[in-house]
Design a protein around this ligand. Structure first.
Ligand SMILES: Nc1ncnc2c1ncn2[C@@H]1O[C@H](COP(=O)(O)OP(=O)(O)OP(=O)(O)O)[C@@H](O)[C@H]1O
Length: 633
C-alpha cells in the first residue's frame, strides 16, 4: 500500500515544520501562487471546500521574508487643523519606536524667532523715529511709549497666531491634537479578511456618542480604524469567501488596485463617523482571493480582469504509490499538528480506502483533505472513548483518582470504519442514512426469487449526501386509443428525457424483433405506458435509471418477468449501449445494504469500482449483454 513498512505512524519521521512542505497534491497551484507573489501579480484560487486554498496562502505567507527586501513602516493619524472632519493619515517609513520622538508636532502657527526678530527691529525703528521727532524734555516719555509699542507688537503676533489656530476648534486640549499610531508593520504582511466583512476590509471611523468633537468627544483622527486593505500595504491581502463580497466592496478594491491608495470614511450613516473622511491612504498590495468554483461569477468583470492568475485546485489525484505516500504524510501531519494518538498501519490503509471512496473511483484519491482530517480526528476521539467511558463511570465515585494511562492508545481500522460508516463527519450523509433506515422498515424493497413482470430495482444517490439508495421501478401497460408514456414521481428534466428515450428505445427494439427474447406479436399503437418510481420521494434527476426503465418496459410490453435478485444502474444511448454513471461505489454499497446478491453496472465504470465482498458486480456494455441475465423465460 505504501513505500514504507511500519506498524504504527509513531515509527514514521516527523513532518517538515514548514507549512509549504505540508501541502499535499497541489504542487501546480503552490508554484503559481509563489510566482504570483514573486512577480507581484494578483491571483484567485478556486476549488471544492477543504482542498487547501487557505492553507496554500498561509504557507506562502510564512515565507514572505524570502521575497526580497521590505521597508518597514508605520501609519499615524493626525488632526487636520483646518477641518477636523478630514483627518490626515500618513504612512511613514521606519520603525515607530525609533521615530517616535520625531512624530510630527502639531503646529499652532506660533511665530518663529526670525519673525519675532523682524517685528522687534521694525518696532525699534518706529520707536527711533518717534524719539527723533520728540523734543528732548519728552525723551523719557518717548522711551516708555517705544517700549510699549514693542511689547504690544510682540503680544499681538504671538496670541493672534495661537488664537487663529484655535479659532476653528475652541477649547481643544493639546492631548486632543496628538497624532496616534494606527498600525506598525515590521515584516511583509499577509492580511486575511472575509469578503463580507466590509469594515474589516476597508476600515471605518468609530462612532462617538459625545458628538465626536472636543472637549467632550473624541476627535475624528483618534477614531479611525485601518482596513485590511491598508494593513496589507507592501504585502498580500487575502480575501476568502468571495461569494459574499458586496458589489460596493468590489468597486473599492478595484479603486485600490488602480490608485494604490484609498481613503477611509465612516461606514455607518447613523454614526458620528459618517461625515469623516481621511485623505487617500497608500495601499499597494498583491490581491489573492479564494472561493468555490462558481463563486467567480459573483465578481464584477473589471475586477476579474485585474486578477492575473486564475488557479483551479484539484479535488482528486491518481491512486499511485507516490500519492498514497502523500496521504500517509498527510495522516502523520494531522496527528502531529493536532496532537492526536498514533494510527496503526491498517487504519492508514482504511483512510486510503476512504480517500478512494470520496474520490468516487478506485483509481483516484480525494484531495478534499479537510474531510479526511475530520474523519481522522473523530476516529481519534473514538479511540479515546474507552477512557472517557471509564471517567464517566467513576464520576460519582468519591474516591475516584484520575486514570493512570494503561498502555498507549492507537487509532485502529475499526475506529476509522465506524466514523465513516456512521456518516458523523457529514450532515447530508446522516440525513440520507436516517431516511434510508426509516424507509427500510416498510420492507418495500426486498430482493427475492420470484420473478415479476415490469418490476425492476434501480440505483440512485441521495441528494448531496453521498449515500446510495435502491429505487423500485414499476411499469404498467394499459390498452388505450391514446398511446402515450406517463412518468410518475420523476421530477428532473434529465430524468424525464432519459425515460422518454427508454420508452422509445424499448418500443423500437420490440418492433424490429431482434431482442434475444421469445418472439411475441404485439401492436404498439394502442399501448399506454405508466412508469412509476414507486415510493421514491428523493429527487430522481439523473439518467442512470435509463437501462432499468428500458428493461422494465420491455418486460411489461412482452409480459416476460424480470428476476428480482439484482439491482441495476446505467445510462443508455439511442443504440442500446450502456453508458457510465456517477456515484458508482455508493450505488453498489446501497445494493449490498438492501441484500441484493448481484448488481449490474456499466462496463465503463469498472475502473471506478472499489473492491468489496458480499455482492457480485456484473459489468455490461449493451442491453443485449444484460437481457439473458435478467429475464426469466
Ligand atoms: N492540500 C492539502 N494538503 C494538506 N492538508 C490539507 C490540504 N487541503 C486541506 N488540508 C487540510 O484541511 C484543512 C482545511 O484546509 P483549507 O482551509 O486550506 O481548505 P479551503 O480549500 O480553504 O476550504 P474552504 O473553501 O472551505 O475555505 C487544512 O488545515 C488541512 O488540515
Amino acid at each position: 500500500m505504501f513505500s514504507v513498512k511500519f506498524k504504527t505512524t509513531e515509527e514514521l519521521p516527523e513532518p517538515s515544520p514548514r507549512l509549504i512542505d505540508q501541502v499535499i497534491g497541489q504542487d501546480e497551484a503552490v508554484k503559481i501562487v509563489l510566482s504570483a507573489v514573486k512577480n507581484k501579480r494578483n491571483a484567485i484560487l478556486l476549488g471544492e471546500p477543504g482542498v487547501g486554498k487557505s492553507m496554500i496562502v498561509k504557507a506562502v505567507g510564512e515565507i514572505l521574508d524570502e521575497f526580497g527586501e521590505f521597508t518597514p513602516y508605520y501609519v499615524i493619524a493626525k488632526p487636520n487643523l483646518k477641518n477636523m472632519e478630514r483627518p490626515i493619515v500618513e504612512v511613514i517609513d521606519g520603525y515607530y519606536k525609533e521615530k517616535k520622538k520625531e512624530l510630527p508636532k502639531i503646529n499652532f502657527n506660533a511665530p518663529s524667532p526670525f519673525t519675532l526678530l523682524i517685528v522687534m527691529i521694525i518696532a525699534i525703528l518706529v520707536s527711533q523715529m518717534i524719539i527723533k521727532t520728540m523734543p528732548a524734555d519728552y525723551l523719557l516719555a518717548a522711551v516708555a511709549i517705544t517700549s510699549m509699542i514693542v511689547l504690544i507688537f510682540g503680544f499681538i503676533i504671538v496670541f493672534s497666531s495661537l488664537l487663529g489656530a484655535r479659532a476653528s476648534m475652541p477649547s481643544v486640549s493639546p492631548s486632543d491634537l496628538e497624532p496616534v499610531l494606527l498600525y506598525e508593520c515590521k515584516k511583509r504582511p499577509l492580511v486575511r479578511a472575509s469578503a463580507y466583512n466590509v469594515t474589516r476590509l476597508l476600515g471605518d471611523v468609530k462612532h462617538c456618542p459625545l458628538g465626536g468633537k472636543p472637549p467632550l468627544g473624541t476627535p475624528p483622527h483618534k477614531r479611525i480604524i485601518l482596513g485590511a486593505i491598508h494593513e496589507a500595504h507592501r504585502g498580500i491581502l487575502y480575501v476568502d469567501e468571495i461569494k459574499t463580497m458586496p458589489l460596493e466592496v468590489q468597486d473599492y478594491i478595484l479603486t485600490a488596485l488602480q490608485d494604490k491608495k484609498l481613503p477611509i470614511s465612516g461606514r455607518n450613516p447613523n454614526s458620528s463617523g459618517a461625515t469623516v473622511e481621511t485623505n487617500p491612504i497608500p495601499c499597494d498590495f498583491i490581491l489573492i482571493m479564494s472561493g468555490n468554483m462558481d463563486d467567480i461569477y459573483n465578481l464584477r468583470a473589471p475586477l476579474v480582469d485585474r486578477i492575473d492568475y486564475k488557479i483551479v485546485l484539484k479535488d482528486k489525484m491518481d491512486n499511485t504509490l507516490e500519492n498514497r505516500d502523500k496521504i500517509l504524510q498527510f495522516i502523520v501531519q494531522e496527528i502531529r499538528n493536532n496532537k492526536l494518538n498514533h494510527m496503526t498501519y491498517e487504519a492508514c490503509c482504511e483512510i486510503v480506502k476512504i480517500a478512494q471512496y470520496l474520490a468516487g473511483s478506485k483509481d483516484k484519491l480525494t484531495l478534499r483533505l479537510r474531510l479526511l482530517a475530520n474523519i481522522i480526528k473523530m476516529a481519534n476521539d473514538l479511540a479515546m472513548g474507552k477512557e472517557i467511558e471509564e471517567i464517566l463511570k467513576n464520576f460519582k465515585d468519591k474516591d475516584y483518582k484520575p486514570l493512570e494511562k494503561k498502555g498507549k492508545v492507537y487509532i485502529d481500522a475499526e475506529h476509522v470504519r465506524k466514523v465513516f460508516e456512521s456518516g458523523i463527519y457529514s450532515m447530508e450523509k446522516q440525513v440520507a442514512i436516517n431516511y434510508i433506515k426509516n424507509f427500510k422498515r416498510y420492507k418495500h424493497i426486498v430482493p427475492n426469487d420470484t420473478p415479476k413482470v415490469g418490476v425492476i430495482y434501480g440505483l440512485a444517490v441521495l441528494g448531496r449526501g453521498g449515500v446510495g439508495d435502491v429505487t423500485k421501478i414499476v411499469v404498467q401497460i394499459l390498452e388505450s386509443k391514446n398511446p402515450a408514456t406517463h412518468l410518475l414521481n420523476i421530477s428532473g428534466d434529465i430524468a424525464k428525457h432519459s425515460i422518454t428515450l427508454a420508452s422509445a428505445l424499448s418500443k423500437k427494439l420490440i418492433a424490429n424483433g431482434k431482442l434475444p427474447l421469445p418472439k411475441k406479436d404485439i401492436d404498439l399503437s394502442d399501448k399506454e405506458i405508466y412508469i412509476q418510481f414507486s415510493q421514491s420521494y428523493s429527487k430522481i434527476d439523473g439518467d442512470s435509471a435509463t437501462a432499468a426503465v428500458c428493461l422494465a418496459i420491455i418486460s411489461a410490453l412482452l409480459e416476460i418477468p424480470l428476476k428480482q435478485d439484482f439491482a441495476i444502474t446505467g445510462s443508455l444511448d439511442l443504440t442500446g449501449n450502456i453508458l457510465a454513471v456517477g456515484g458508482i461505489n455508493e450505488k453498489i454499497e446501497a445494493a449490498k445494504r438492501y441484500g441484493f446478491k448481484r448488481v449490474i453496472i456499466p462496463e465503463a465504470n469498472m475502473i471506478d469500482v472499489i473492491e468489496r465482498e458480499g455482492i457480485e458486480i456484473i459489468p455490461a456494455k449493451t442491453l443485449d449483454d444484460i437481457i439473458p441475465l435478467v429475464f426469466d423465460y
